[in-house]
Design a protein around this ligand. Structure first.
Ligand SMILES: Nc1nc2c(ncn2[C@@H]2O[C@H](COP(=O)(O)OP(=O)(O)O)[C@@H](O)[C@H]2O)c(=O)[nH]1
Ligand SMILES: [Mg+2]
Length: 377
């Protein structure tokens, strides 16, 4: 029988997490527009401060810097405000080279979309900018047009001039993605005018719409404003793991061998963590996972499970000596959802309190086992 200690689990988690992150691949976004349109602010608002604020971008060409997420799941080409005139032509030529070269490279190294930003208060859209957008689209990059720093009143109405500018741009019939639509955003709360943050979800949804399926999980993990999307993808991971557990347990597993589910469950937990984009050092999370798996009885499926859980398991009486497929699946599902709760807590609180997280996990895990619908809300 396989019997795991906390250290074994921590080590397995660390390995599985690295594999899960590699599996995510990388989403690459290019962001264009004049200096001061709010490119960095927009990137930080959607992807968190870890990207553009780090200041360790690699210059790719004049005016174009490449930033990489510490886990490698996101790359950002940040333009330094050149896009019109001669300087713009030079950058477009270089970009064309990059794009052409990247076509023969793996999908993780291609540019998946561009945001073209214009500050509404510039109040005009110049023909050089129009040309830049068209040439960008000709390179085969989906271009999403973003009007930035757009004021909104208490009734949720956009500034009329911003709306007019957006309609004017849409009337130019630019080759925009995912549709001929200009996205209106404000990425920072503006206390003076009372403008809330707005439009970021819509911009992110549009970005997802243009993203190849192979890099959607990377984009899901890298963004921080759509928790529901993380949740849905994580739920799919749990469902797959529960399916495997069900099959494993179809031949009833003697209790003493329930630990054969542990690698599967750790793989599931690692994938969930990677989708949530948890920034906590892997070693810290690994030690938490180790102690949780032990505390929840998953490693031995021993007395604790028998006494605490089996009587709540759907289907009633379980043969005393075997874990059925149903129990294996329920156990795995409860564990997956409990871990999702932990990931959400880490993200929303931005801190990592091991004792609190452990308590949260065990509470959620037990509650889900008791309700008999381990994936219920
Ligand atoms: N109110 C408001 N200010 C913004 C917004 N985006 C950027 N800013 C401000 O505009 C200035 C330029 O922003 P930055 O992101 O550095 O622009 P970049 O040069 O395009 O990267 C900064 O002072 C930001 O605080 C926004 O959405 N709303
Ligand atoms: Mg900037």
């Amino acid at each position: 029988m396989a019997d795991f200690g906390s250290k074994d689990i921590a080590r397995m988690y660390t390995e599985q997490r690295a594999a899960a992150i590699a599996e995510l691949g990388r989403y690459n976004l290019a962001v264009f527009g004049k200096t001061g349109t709010g490119k960095s602010t927009l990137i930080n608002a959607i992807f968190g401060m870890r990207i553009a604020a780090t200041g360790n971008g690699k210059p790719v060409t004049t005016g174009l810097v490449y930033y990489e997420h510490p886990d490698g799941i996101l790359g950002i080409y940040d333009s330094q405000g050149f896009e019109t005139g001669e300087a713009g032509d030079v950058v477009l030529e270089r970009l064309e080279q990059i794009v052409t070269e990247s076509r023969s490279k793996p999908i993780n190294e291609q540019i998946h979309a561009a945001w073209y930003t214009l500050r509404w208060s510039d109040r005009r859209f110049e023909s050089a900018q129009d040309q830049f957008v068209r040439r960008l689209a000709e390179l085969g990059i989906p271009v999403i047009f973003v009007l930035t720093q757009v004021p909104m009143n208490a009734k949720g109405e956009y500034h009329a001039d911003a709306l007019e500018l957006a309609r004017y741009i849409e009337a130019q019939n630019l080759p925009l993605s995912p549709a001929n639509h200009v996205y209106l955003t404000n990425a920072l709360i503006d206390d003076f005018h009372g403008t809330p943050v707005h439009g970021l979800e819509q911009l992110l949804d549009a970005t997802f719409e243009t993203a190849p399926a192979a890099v959607q999980n990377a984009l899901t993990a890298a963004q921080y404003i759509d928790l529901e999307r993380k949740k849905r993808r994580a739920a799919a991971v749990v469902k797959a793991a529960a399916g495997t557990a069900l099959a494993t347990g179809a031949t009833p597993i003697p209790f003493s061998d329930a630990a054969i589910l542990v690698p599967l469950q750790i793989g599931m937990i690692a994938r969930i963590s990677s989708l949530y984009g948890i920034a906590t050092p892997a070693s810290q999370t690994a030690s938490l996972v180790g102690s949780l798996m032990l505390a929840s009885g998953a490693t031995t499926a021993g007395r604790w499970i028998v006494s605490s859980l089996l009587r709540f398991v759907p289907g009633g009486q379980i043969p005393a000596m075997a874990i059925s497929g149903t129990v294996a699946a329920t156990l795995t599902t409860a564990m997956g959802y409990a871990w999702m709760t932990v990931c959400e807590r880490i993200l929303t609180e931005g801190s990592f309190d091991e004792a609190n997280l452990k308590e949260l996990f065990l509470r959620e895990f037990q509650r889900r086992m008791k309700f008999g619908r381990a994936d219920a809300d």
